[in-house]
Design a protein around this ligand. Structure first.
Ligand SMILES: [Zn+2]
Length: 180
């Protein structure tokens, strides 16, 4: 059985259709590529299933968007060839090429947004997150194969109504891991 990725968040809540942070949420000019699992900054993020770390990199950076903090992503290939993107992490504890056991700690949740730098020009969903003070989360995406061009991808969102190739809803896997 897959492992719930946030052991310090026992409610195991998955945002459903229409909820903020749900899969393919319509954010006006962009769509959400994954699900957001809110957790305090510093919470451990565990590998849901075993796999291999393909790549790590920067997910968000204030040099790109002013209200962002710097966070990181970890791209993991599982034994079925699915690609899992664990994103908006503040700290990483794995490196490229590492083999991950299920349940192994990948890193820690970061604070993706700095509320003090949100202004009227920010998208409505960002202003709402800032107002609610819910700026820390694990952003999780799953692809059935290595994604191709992510030219319309920015910070976990996709600019376009047709999803990027191979993107799927992570809810099924998260339910198997005990999510509700
Ligand atoms: Zn997200």
């Amino acid at each position: 059985m897959p492992t719930w990725p946030l052991p310090e968040c026992p409610d195991h809540r998955i945002p459903g259709p229409g909820d903020a942070g749900s899969f393919w949420e319509d954010r006006g000019d962009r769509r959400h590529c994954g699900v957001d699992l809110h957790a305090p900054a510093g919470s451990r993020v565990l590998a849901i299933v075993q796999g291999t770390v393909l790549r790590i990199g920067i997910q968000t950076d204030p040099h790109r968007v002013p209200y962002w903090n710097r966070t990181f992503y970890v791209l993991v290939k599982d034994q079925h060839g699915h690609i899992i993107r664990y994103a908006e992490l503040g700290e990483l504890s794995v490196g490229e090429g590492d083999h991950l056991e299920e349940g192994q700690c990948i890193g820690r949740v970061g604070a993706v947004i700095d509320p003090s730098r949100i202004d009227e020009g920010a998208p409505a969903y960002i202003r709402r997150l800032g107002a609610e003070g819910t700026c820390c989360m694990l952003h999780l995406e799953i692809y059935t194969a290595m994604p191709g061009s992510l030219d319309r991808y920015l910070g976990g969102n996709w600019f376009g109504c047709t999803p990027p190739a191979f993107l799927i809803d992570p809810t099924g896997l998260l339910r198997k891991a005990g999510g509700r």
